[in-house]
Ligand binder design. Structure first.
Ligand code: ADP
Length: 599
């Protein structure tokens, strides 16, 4: 896969290289990809606080990190992601949506009970299932709510084997999975939520297929190598390195290889992808409106999907820090591609290389809620006050010091430099050190010199005004760069061209939401879940219609396809070179899907 890196050329065409900051335990592949793209790694001993463009953590960020974010910075997590990534929260959210909108839309996750709270409810369903199956056991899987990588999971058919000493979910076990040469597998689908407000979802065309390493066998429920598809488990299995029938060595395929397999079996996969696509959208809808707006963040999710023998995809869980370790060749191809495309989605521009200068501009331009005034002071002070200057940092510092004299590329930056000059106390303007003493307390940032905070504080007054007007959790940063090119726009309505619509694809990330004008409008201000669900339902009905009645209604299909074509030009997520969704609607598919909407 070849990529053209906009960011690697930054160092050579005038701006400083982009800088990444990694929290401990960040997978090595992230560092590798960013260095390959010409980025530099942040060194807290060498560089000024905040002098970075991307902060990557596997765990969640803390509130103050969102509050103090600067215009050129990005974080790899949105706030409050446990709402979807913790198994119990996800189960609760999906149950609520199923209760409100019906199982036709929200019937894609196995029935789940959160124990110990739901124990009585579980007991009822367990008993009922046994009776209905004439005493035959139903199968259940028990998973600790906050563990990952298959830890603590077991499968049972008799309640006497259910034992737990922490919060767990007990979920209906999908006992008829689609098998390849007798091996169970699930799909790891990479999804990027570029924004929750407005909701903007991309799905990567590459992904992973993860196999169990022993043949599927319901007679041995305690054989995890047969029932669980986690690599973290199977790589320790006795048959991991064996060349397994059709599956091969190891336990992973790329999604492309899986697609070829489906073709070889004569399976029309298009409807399958669209169903998975819907699962992703419907799942994210459960919590999208409760996530604070944070435009400088994006999220890479790993959706785990199990396909059953009827080709129905089931959502098993959502990971907000999907594993990025490189265990095998499939991992290298897929994960490096995903991270590269993710960086492209972060939309860095040349001006982001002007970090320190941008900070000065921020004082007069930003409209972000930045938390307490004291935290604002700190982040600004971090830029104004040099720590010990040396080597590479000295270069950066001198560029900061020479700011007043320099003719900057960006006119808005230039304006802010001038305004800084008029804001600072004259004694500060030529001084290399200032003292932070506005609140009379010594801060770790203090250095000796003249006092300037009173003047700086005045300049914050206008921001405070804006901040007071923002909601307590909204964090809207200005777009500090005009896009180099206009992204492709949806073509349905000339009248909407005033507002930016997201790119249809970025690398191998395909825009899957919004997918037409109605969903785009419904996600602009307050997310209109009902309208979105209605559109998802409509789309699925049209697709189903063209599947089931393809011969009888060939002419009508063509008509409806033309009608759709006029309405929107979304791509179909899934195939390597995705057709337009409208073309897909008229494609011949043999896979029926039944849906009814209870909106
Ligand atoms: P973890 O976060 O520990 O990986 P998962 O929910 O992803 O937990 O489950 C681990 C594995 O167990 C899955 O990859 C899948 O193979 C299997 N599994 C989980 N839930 C089910 C289910 N309801 N039906 C069938 N298999 C399941």
């Amino acid at each position: 896969m070849s990529h053209t890196w906009g960011d690697s050329s930054m160092a050579t065409n005038g701006s400083a290289p982009l800088v990444f900051r990694l929290h401990e335990n960040t997978p090595e592949v992230v560092r590798e990809v960013l260095l390959e793209r010409g980025w530099e790694e942040y060194d807290p001993h060498e560089q000024v606080e905040g002098d970075w463009n991307l902060y990557w953590r596997t765990s969640a960020f803390r509130n103050f990190e969102y509050e103090n974010i600067l215009p050129w910075q990005r974080l790899n997590h949105h706030p409050k992601m446990t709402r979807i990534a913790r198994k119990d929260y996800l189960a609760r959210n999906l149950r609520r949506m199923r209760g409100t909108y019906g199982a036709a839309l929200y019937g894609f996750s196995p029935t789940a009970f959160i124990l110990p709270n739901d124990y009585i409810k579980f007991l009822e369903v367990y008993t009922k299932t046994r009776v209905e199956n004439a005493g035959k056991p139903g199968y259940w899987i028990c998973k600790p709510v906050d563990l990952s990588r298959g830890r603590g999971i077991f499968i049972f058919d008799d309640i006497k084997h259910l034992a737990y000493n922490s919060h767990v979910i007990v979920q209906k076990y999908i006992s008829n999975p689609l098998l390849i040469s007798g091996y169970k597998f699930d799909l790891r689908i990479y999804v990027c939520v570029k924004s929750f407000c407005p909701l903007t979802i991309y799905m990567h065309q590459e992904g992973l297929v993860r196999f169990a390493t022993e043949k599927y066998n319901l007679a041995s429920l305690d054989n995890l190598f047969s029932h669980l598809t986690n690599t973290s488990i199977n790589k320790f299995g006795p048959f991991y390195t064996t060349d397994k029938e059709r599956v091969g060595q190891g336990c992973k395929w790329t999604l492309s290889k899986f697609r070829s397999f489906l073709h070889s079996q004569g399976i029309n996969e298009l409807l399958l992808w669209q169903k998975i696509n819907n699962i992703v959208t419907l799942t994210l809808l459960t919590m999208a409106s409760s996530i604070p707006s944070s435009p400088n963040c994006l999220e890479l999710f790993g959706f785990d999907i199990l396909i059953d023998s009827n080709l129905k995809p089931w959502l098993l869980e959502v990971n907000y820090s999907p594993a990025l370790s490189l265990d095998c060749p499939a991992d290298i191809v897929v994960k490096k591609g995903v991270i590269n495309d993710l960086i492209d989605l972060m939309n860095y521009r040349k001006v982001d290389g002007l970090r320190q200068r941008g900070c000065l501009r921020r004082r007069h331009k930003r409209t972000c809620c930045l938390g307490s005034p004291s935290s604002q002071r700190k982040s600004l002070a971090a830029f104004l006050i040099p720590k010990s200057v040396s080597g590479k940092k000295r270069q950066r510092q001198s560029s900061l010091n020479s700011l007043h004299a320099e003719n900057l590329v960006c006119p808005s930056v230039e304006r802010s430099v001038n305004s800084l000059g008029s804001t600072l106390h004259p004694a500060c303007q030529n001084s290399k050190t200032i003292i932070v003493s506005g609140n009379k307390k010594k801060s770790p940032l203090q250095v000796e010199g003249p006092t300037c905070w009173s003047e700086l504080e005045e300049s914050f007054e206008d921001h405070r005004d804006i901040i007071r007007r923002c909601s307590s959790h909204a964090c809207r940063l200005p777009a500090i760069h005009a896009p180099k090119y206009k992204p492709p726009r949806f073509s349905w309505d000339q009248g909407t061209h005033e507002m930016t619509t997201p790119s249809l694809r970025v690398g191998d990330f395909i825009l899957t939401f919004p997918f037409n004008e109605a969903t785009w409008k419904a996600s602009q201000d307050t997310l209109d879940v009902k309208t979105v669900l209605h559109e998802v339902h409509q789309l699925m009905s049209q697709l189903t219609f063209s599947c089931v009645h393809k011969e009888k209604r060939r002419k009508e299909n063509n008509d409806s396809s033309a009608a759709i074509k006029n309405k929107f030009a979304s791509l179909l997520w899934g195939p390597r070179n995705p057709p337009l969704l409208s073309e897909y609607c008229s494609s011949k598919s043999s896979c029926p899907l039944e849906m009814s909407y209870k909106g």
